[in-house]
Design a protein around this ligand. Structure first.
Ligand code: 5AD
Ligand code: SF4
Length: 515
């Protein structure tokens, strides 16, 4: 054979081999990333984050199902939720798991075969209320055979088998044990014996479980982005009941936000005990990380028509990057909940908060410099161990200096097992605690009124939540800075955005006209 033909044949063979290898490579990638159109294959290869996203979609198979199933034929579960927004979201996860197991939600305890309380341990009075409710749940057990009573969440985690003493309840499940519920229920039925699971986890985030939404209005959804807390503030029981900090993968968070938006929700609330510590690292690629500011941006980009809120921020962890990201996106609401707890450096140190008064005030200055009209709210504790009159005055003066828009205010409650409970005496008499708390509340009421008066004459965008509670002829909804607005019903629907003008106010509400 002439040399030139031999060479051409070799080149052809080489090209065929190259073509077949490329086909094989593409096929392998398609399998790996679960993409079958050539266009999306090229897109995924070109775009690193899209590639990760596609890969993740394959891994995270979320179960769809936004609203509760109301099926008369199914056995019924009744759920009562206490405490924070995290608990509301956890109840939504619990319902999702139980719906998969064949149960349907009921709001009528009389027809429930499973009665659950998702509980809170943060203060003693929260637990006392739940003990009272357990007594009432037990009446249902006397009325019907086979009723199961379960205590879920923080109180389950804190009290563990104490809740099973005297067979007061049948089921005890801590915040990381919800996946075990179906099996526990089956065991209770089969063996007629109580069941407990309270093991805390380093990595449980319920990432792929799509919560069944329990909110009434269908426009504002909670999305947990992380669980647990590593902060160990000396008064707080949360690190013991909810375990160590762990962040949920960002792709399942974005996907959940997309899912709720596609189902008509207009606002997502990203939840965590300390959202500023959100941090996700790709196990397959250590260089690929996502912090809270980046997550906020990813969620804000789902759609400009979807509002994004978040809580709770921690004063020494909230970064400039977070504040600047908020400023860049119109749909990230201009509100930061920044618990201060006390205005006294001495108390802050004893509380094991990781900042002092000066640091806190600097953070507030930074927020106001970047977002001048940002709503700032806080939590305050009155009467912590050893608090002097001067410490209390420092709290009042800090509150006045910041001029909070609103605040959650509490009397210190000693929680067994916490550092404060072990190390310090709960020495502020009840009357003194109450008097200080009342003084703090009175000051905040005056400041809330002042803060609302600063809004007079402004035109703000409001997301319609529904009829006003006081006057059902009027509508209500929140402005971006979280202030509640009431305005005339101009035929708007729940979930519409409406421009209103602030005409007058009380300390709790802005009274507005339509513009
Ligand atoms: N006593 C009173 N208030 C408490 N908080 C947390 N632990 C306690 C306690 N032992 C408050 C803090 C926190 C909020 C969620 O509850 O202000 O920010
Ligand atoms: Fe409790 Fe402090 Fe963690 Fe908040 S940051 S949950 S107050 S330990």
């Amino acid at each position: 054979m002439p040399a030139n033909i031999l060479a051409t044949n070799r080149i052809s063979l080489f090209l065929i081999f190259l073509y077949l290898s490329l086909l094989l490579l593409r096929r392998q990638h398609q399998r790996k990333y679960n993409i079958f159109s050539f266009k999306s294959y090229i897109f995924a290869l070109q775009n690193e984050s899209a590639r990760k996203y596609v890969l993740h979609r394959k891994r995270v198979e979320m179960k769809l199902g936004i609203r509760p199933i109301l099926d008369a034929g199914r056995p019924k579960v009744y759920i009562e939720t206490y405490g924070c927004q995290m608990n509301v979201n956890d109840s939504e996860v619990i319902l999702s798991i139980l719906q998969d197991e064949g149960y349907a939600l009921t709001e009528n305890i009389e027809e429930a075969s499973i009665i659950l309380a998702n509980t809170c341990s943060i203060r003693d009075n929260a637990e006392q209320r739940i003990w009272g409710r357990i007594e009432q749940f037990r009446l249902q057990k006397r009325k019907r055979d086979g009723v199961i009573i379960g205590i879920m969440g923080c109180m389950a985690e804190r009290l563990k088998d104490k809740l099973l003493e005297g067979k007061v309840v049948d089921l005890v499940a801590g915040p990381d044990s919800y996946r075990n519920l179906p099996e526990m229920i089956r065991e209770i039925k089969a063996k007629q014996e109580p069941q407990m699971h309270v093991q805390l986890s380093k990595d449980e985030t319920y990432a792929e479980i799509s919560p069944v939404r329990l909110d009434k209005n269908g426009i504002s959804a909670f999305i947990s982005i992380m669980r647990g807390c590593n902060n160990c503030c000396s008064y707080c029981v949360v690190p013991y009941t909810r375990g160590p900090e762990r962040s949920r993968d960002p792709f399942s968070i974005v996907r959940e936000a997309e899912e709720v938006y596609a189902n008509g929700y207009k606002e997502v609330n990203l939840l965590g005990q300390n959202v500023d510590k959100y941090f996700w690292k790709d196990l397959e690629d250590a260089d690929h990380t996502v912090n809270f500011a980046q997550l906020l941006e990813m969620v804000a980009k789902v759609d400009p028509g979807m509002r994004v809120r978040f809580s709770t921020s921690y004063p020494s962890d909230i970064s400039d990057e977070v504040i600047e990201t908020m400023a860049r996106y119109d749909n990230i609401c201009k509100h930061i909940h920044l618990p201060v707890q006390s205005g006294s450096d001495h108390m802050l140190e004893k509380m094991r908060r990781k900042y002092n008064r000066e640091w806190y005030l600097n953070r507030v200055d930074k927020i106001r410099e970047v977002i001048p009209d940002c709503g700032i709210t806080t939590d305050v504790i009155a009467g912590f161990c050893g608090e002097t009159e001067q410490d209390h005055k420092d709290t009042l003066s800090l509150m006045e200096q910041v001029g909070y828009d609103s605040a959650f205010m509490f009397a210190y409650s000693n929680r067994p097992g916490t550092l404060a409970s072990r190390k310090y005496e709960d020495d502020i008499p009840y009357e003194v605690k109450t008097a200080r708390l009342n003084e703090i509340i009175a000051l905040q009421n005056r400041m809330s009124l002042k803060s609302n008066e600063r809004e007079l004459g402004k035109i703000v965008e409001v997301l319609v939540e529904g009829p006003s509670k006081r006057n059902p002829e009027q509508l209500c909804g929140r402005a971006s800075n979280n202030k509640m607005c009431v305005f005339p019903n101009g035929g708007h629907k729940v979930g519409d955005y409406v421009m209103v003008k602030v005409e007058s106010c009380t300390s709790a509400t802005l009274i507005c006209s339509l513009v």
